[in-house]
Design a protein around this ligand. Sequence first.
Ligand code: FES
Length: 253
Amino acid sequence: MSLPTVLVGRDGVSSLRLNATRPVAAHSFLSRDRAEAGNIVSRLSPENEALAREIIARYPRPKSAVIPLCHLVQEEHGHLTDDGMAHVAELVGVTAAQVQGTASFYEMFKRHETGRYVLGICTNISCLVLGGAELLARAEERLGIRAGSTTADGRVTLEDTECLAACTDAPMCQVNYRYFGQLSDADFDELLDDIASGAIDEVVPAHGTLALVRQHIPDDRVANIGPPEIQVAPQWFTRREAYLAPTDVEGGA
Ligand code: FES
Protein backbone atom coordinates (compact mmCIF):
# COMPACT_ATOMS: atom_id res chain seq x y z
CA MET A 1 0.00 0.00 0.00
CA SER A 2 1.42 3.38 -0.91
CA LEU A 3 1.11 6.26 1.49
CA PRO A 4 -1.51 8.67 0.17
CA THR A 5 -1.01 12.37 -0.13
CA VAL A 6 -1.34 13.83 3.34
CA LEU A 7 -2.94 17.17 4.02
CA VAL A 8 -1.21 18.53 7.06
CA GLY A 9 -3.46 21.14 8.58
CA ARG A 10 -7.15 20.85 9.26
CA ASP A 11 -8.23 23.96 7.44
CA GLY A 12 -7.77 22.54 3.96
CA VAL A 13 -5.98 25.70 2.91
CA SER A 14 -2.67 25.93 4.65
CA SER A 15 -1.29 22.49 4.10
CA LEU A 16 1.98 20.76 3.58
CA ARG A 17 1.77 17.78 1.30
CA LEU A 18 3.75 14.66 1.97
CA ASN A 19 4.15 12.03 -0.68
CA ALA A 20 5.71 8.69 0.01
CA THR A 21 7.46 6.67 -2.63
CA ARG A 22 7.77 3.36 -0.85
CA PRO A 23 5.36 1.03 0.86
CA VAL A 24 4.31 1.55 4.43
CA ALA A 25 5.78 -1.02 6.79
CA ALA A 26 3.45 -3.25 8.71
CA HIS A 27 5.31 -3.47 12.01
CA SER A 28 3.83 -4.42 15.30
CA PHE A 29 3.56 -1.82 18.02
CA LEU A 30 2.58 -4.29 20.61
CA SER A 31 5.75 -6.32 20.61
CA ARG A 32 4.80 -6.82 24.26
CA ASP A 33 2.38 -9.40 22.88
CA ARG A 34 5.14 -11.09 20.99
CA ALA A 35 7.36 -11.10 24.05
CA GLU A 36 4.62 -12.65 26.13
CA ALA A 37 4.25 -15.29 23.47
CA GLY A 38 7.98 -15.99 23.71
CA ASN A 39 8.44 -14.85 20.15
CA ILE A 40 10.69 -11.81 20.21
CA VAL A 41 11.67 -10.65 16.74
CA SER A 42 13.88 -7.65 17.11
CA ARG A 43 16.52 -7.93 14.42
CA LEU A 44 15.78 -6.57 10.98
CA SER A 45 13.76 -8.83 8.73
CA PRO A 46 15.61 -10.35 5.75
CA GLU A 47 13.89 -7.81 3.45
CA ASN A 48 14.92 -4.88 5.61
CA GLU A 49 18.40 -6.27 6.08
CA ALA A 50 18.75 -6.31 2.28
CA LEU A 51 17.46 -2.72 2.19
CA ALA A 52 19.91 -1.80 4.95
CA ARG A 53 22.78 -3.11 2.85
CA GLU A 54 21.55 -1.02 -0.09
CA ILE A 55 21.45 2.06 2.12
CA ILE A 56 24.93 1.40 3.47
CA ALA A 57 26.26 1.16 -0.09
CA ARG A 58 25.15 4.77 -0.73
CA TYR A 59 27.72 6.11 1.72
CA PRO A 60 31.51 6.25 1.45
CA ARG A 61 31.74 4.88 5.01
CA PRO A 62 29.30 2.26 6.34
CA LYS A 63 28.91 3.97 9.71
CA SER A 64 27.44 7.03 7.99
CA ALA A 65 24.29 4.91 7.53
CA VAL A 66 23.61 4.55 11.26
CA ILE A 67 20.75 7.04 11.38
CA PRO A 68 18.80 5.80 8.32
CA LEU A 69 19.26 2.26 9.59
CA CYS A 70 17.91 3.25 13.00
CA HIS A 71 14.85 4.62 11.20
CA LEU A 72 14.54 1.25 9.51
CA VAL A 73 14.62 -0.54 12.87
CA GLN A 74 12.03 1.83 14.29
CA GLU A 75 9.86 1.42 11.21
CA GLU A 76 9.92 -2.35 11.63
CA HIS A 77 9.71 -2.64 15.41
CA GLY A 78 7.96 0.55 16.44
CA HIS A 79 10.91 1.61 18.59
CA LEU A 80 14.66 1.14 18.78
CA THR A 81 15.13 -2.28 20.29
CA ASP A 82 18.45 -3.36 21.80
CA ASP A 83 18.74 -6.20 19.33
CA GLY A 84 17.83 -3.90 16.46
CA MET A 85 20.62 -1.51 17.39
CA ALA A 86 23.02 -4.43 17.79
CA HIS A 87 22.06 -5.54 14.29
CA VAL A 88 22.72 -2.03 12.93
CA ALA A 89 26.10 -2.05 14.67
CA GLU A 90 26.94 -5.40 13.13
CA LEU A 91 25.96 -4.18 9.66
CA VAL A 92 28.00 -0.96 9.74
CA GLY A 93 30.94 -2.21 11.77
CA VAL A 94 30.66 -0.20 14.97
CA THR A 95 29.69 -1.13 18.52
CA ALA A 96 26.09 -1.24 19.75
CA ALA A 97 27.05 1.45 22.27
CA GLN A 98 28.07 3.73 19.41
CA VAL A 99 24.72 3.19 17.71
CA GLN A 100 22.88 3.93 20.93
CA GLY A 101 25.08 6.95 21.59
CA THR A 102 24.12 8.38 18.22
CA ALA A 103 20.43 7.50 18.33
CA SER A 104 19.90 8.76 21.88
CA PHE A 105 20.64 12.29 20.69
CA TYR A 106 17.49 12.36 18.57
CA GLU A 107 14.05 12.72 20.10
CA MET A 108 12.34 10.97 17.20
CA PHE A 109 14.05 7.70 18.08
CA LYS A 110 12.06 6.01 20.82
CA ARG A 111 13.77 3.59 23.21
CA HIS A 112 10.46 2.36 24.54
CA GLU A 113 7.29 1.01 23.04
CA THR A 114 4.83 3.59 21.86
CA GLY A 115 1.20 3.59 20.91
CA ARG A 116 0.19 3.19 17.31
CA TYR A 117 -0.17 6.95 17.25
CA VAL A 118 2.33 9.29 18.87
CA LEU A 119 0.40 12.50 19.46
CA GLY A 120 2.65 15.44 20.22
CA ILE A 121 1.19 18.78 21.20
CA CYS A 122 3.37 21.86 21.06
CA THR A 123 3.34 24.04 24.15
CA ASN A 124 6.20 26.29 23.15
CA ILE A 125 5.73 30.04 22.95
CA SER A 126 3.71 30.61 19.74
CA CYS A 127 1.46 27.66 20.45
CA LEU A 128 1.25 28.44 24.15
CA VAL A 129 -0.17 31.90 23.53
CA LEU A 130 -2.73 30.43 21.13
CA GLY A 131 -4.05 27.67 23.35
CA GLY A 132 -1.46 24.86 23.09
CA ALA A 133 -1.53 24.12 26.83
CA GLU A 134 -5.32 23.96 26.73
CA LEU A 135 -5.16 21.46 23.86
CA LEU A 136 -2.75 19.32 25.86
CA ALA A 137 -5.08 19.40 28.87
CA ARG A 138 -7.97 18.52 26.56
CA ALA A 139 -6.06 15.54 25.20
CA GLU A 140 -5.12 14.36 28.70
CA GLU A 141 -8.73 14.54 29.80
CA ARG A 142 -10.12 12.75 26.75
CA LEU A 143 -7.44 10.06 26.64
CA GLY A 144 -7.34 9.62 30.42
CA ILE A 145 -3.55 9.78 30.56
CA ARG A 146 -0.87 12.35 31.30
CA ALA A 147 1.66 13.57 28.76
CA GLY A 148 4.54 11.12 28.56
CA SER A 149 2.40 8.01 28.80
CA THR A 150 0.43 5.62 26.62
CA THR A 151 -3.20 4.59 26.75
CA ALA A 152 -3.87 1.15 28.22
CA ASP A 153 -4.95 -0.20 24.85
CA GLY A 154 -1.58 0.77 23.34
CA ARG A 155 -3.25 3.08 20.87
CA VAL A 156 -1.97 6.56 21.72
CA THR A 157 1.22 7.91 23.25
CA LEU A 158 0.79 11.53 24.31
CA GLU A 159 3.71 13.94 24.28
CA ASP A 160 4.17 17.54 25.34
CA THR A 161 6.56 18.80 22.67
CA GLU A 162 8.85 21.72 22.17
CA CYS A 163 8.54 23.93 19.07
CA LEU A 164 7.62 21.91 15.98
CA ALA A 165 9.09 24.58 13.72
CA ALA A 166 5.70 25.44 12.29
CA CYS A 167 4.89 28.43 14.49
CA THR A 168 2.95 30.19 11.74
CA ASP A 169 0.34 27.45 12.07
CA ALA A 170 0.07 27.63 15.86
CA PRO A 171 -1.44 25.98 17.76
CA MET A 172 0.21 22.88 16.33
CA CYS A 173 0.24 19.21 17.01
CA GLN A 174 1.64 16.20 15.23
CA VAL A 175 0.46 12.64 14.85
CA ASN A 176 3.29 10.29 13.98
CA TYR A 177 5.18 13.41 12.88
CA ARG A 178 2.49 14.50 10.42
CA TYR A 179 1.47 18.04 11.19
CA PHE A 180 -1.95 19.46 12.04
CA GLY A 181 -2.10 23.20 12.55
CA GLN A 182 -4.30 26.17 13.38
CA LEU A 183 -6.31 23.86 15.58
CA SER A 184 -9.55 25.05 17.08
CA ASP A 185 -11.09 23.02 19.89
CA ALA A 186 -13.52 21.52 17.37
CA ASP A 187 -10.67 20.61 14.99
CA PHE A 188 -8.80 18.97 17.81
CA ASP A 189 -11.82 16.99 18.97
CA GLU A 190 -12.33 15.80 15.41
CA LEU A 191 -8.69 14.76 15.24
CA LEU A 192 -9.01 12.77 18.47
CA ASP A 193 -12.18 11.16 17.13
CA ASP A 194 -10.34 10.18 13.95
CA ILE A 195 -7.53 8.67 16.01
CA ALA A 196 -10.02 6.75 18.14
CA SER A 197 -11.92 5.40 15.15
CA GLY A 198 -8.87 4.71 13.00
CA ALA A 199 -10.13 7.08 10.32
CA ILE A 200 -6.80 8.87 10.52
CA ASP A 201 -5.09 5.77 9.10
CA GLU A 202 -6.04 7.05 5.67
CA VAL A 203 -3.64 9.97 5.99
CA VAL A 204 -1.22 9.08 8.79
CA PRO A 205 0.94 5.97 8.51
CA ALA A 206 1.99 3.86 11.45
CA HIS A 207 4.45 5.33 13.93
CA GLY A 208 8.00 4.87 12.73
CA THR A 209 7.19 5.10 9.04
CA LEU A 210 9.23 8.00 7.77
CA ALA A 211 11.38 6.81 4.94
CA LEU A 212 11.56 8.65 1.64
CA VAL A 213 8.81 11.11 2.36
CA ARG A 214 8.98 14.05 0.00
CA GLN A 215 7.74 17.37 1.26
CA HIS A 216 6.33 20.12 -0.89
CA ILE A 217 5.65 23.54 0.58
CA PRO A 218 3.22 25.65 -1.47
CA ASP A 219 4.45 29.11 -2.45
CA ASP A 220 2.02 30.82 -0.11
CA ARG A 221 3.55 28.94 2.83
CA VAL A 222 7.15 29.90 2.25
CA ALA A 223 8.69 31.42 5.37
CA ASN A 224 8.71 35.18 5.84
CA ILE A 225 12.40 35.54 5.10
CA GLY A 226 14.01 38.86 4.19
CA PRO A 227 15.70 41.94 5.65
CA PRO A 228 13.93 43.46 8.69
CA GLU A 229 12.60 46.47 6.76
CA ILE A 230 10.41 44.29 4.51
CA GLN A 231 9.24 41.82 7.11
CA VAL A 232 5.65 41.86 8.26
CA ALA A 233 4.13 40.63 11.47
CA PRO A 234 3.91 36.83 11.51
CA GLN A 235 0.50 35.29 10.83
CA TRP A 236 0.28 33.81 14.32
CA PHE A 237 0.75 37.27 15.85
CA THR A 238 -2.30 38.56 13.99
CA ARG A 239 -4.31 35.53 15.04
CA ARG A 240 -3.18 36.09 18.63
CA GLU A 241 -4.90 39.48 18.58
CA ALA A 242 -8.13 37.84 17.44
CA TYR A 243 -7.67 35.13 20.07
CA LEU A 244 -7.39 37.74 22.82
CA ALA A 245 -10.18 39.98 21.54
CA PRO A 246 -12.97 40.33 24.10
CA THR A 247 -15.95 38.15 23.30
CA ASP A 248 -19.56 39.18 23.70
CA VAL A 249 -20.90 38.35 27.12
CA GLU A 250 -24.43 38.40 28.29
CA GLY A 251 -25.33 41.87 29.43
CA GLY A 252 -22.06 43.30 28.13
CA ALA A 253 -21.75 46.62 26.32
S1 FES B 1 5.89 27.21 19.07
FE1 FES B 1 4.59 25.62 18.41
S2 FES B 1 5.32 25.18 16.43
FE2 FES B 1 6.69 26.70 17.15
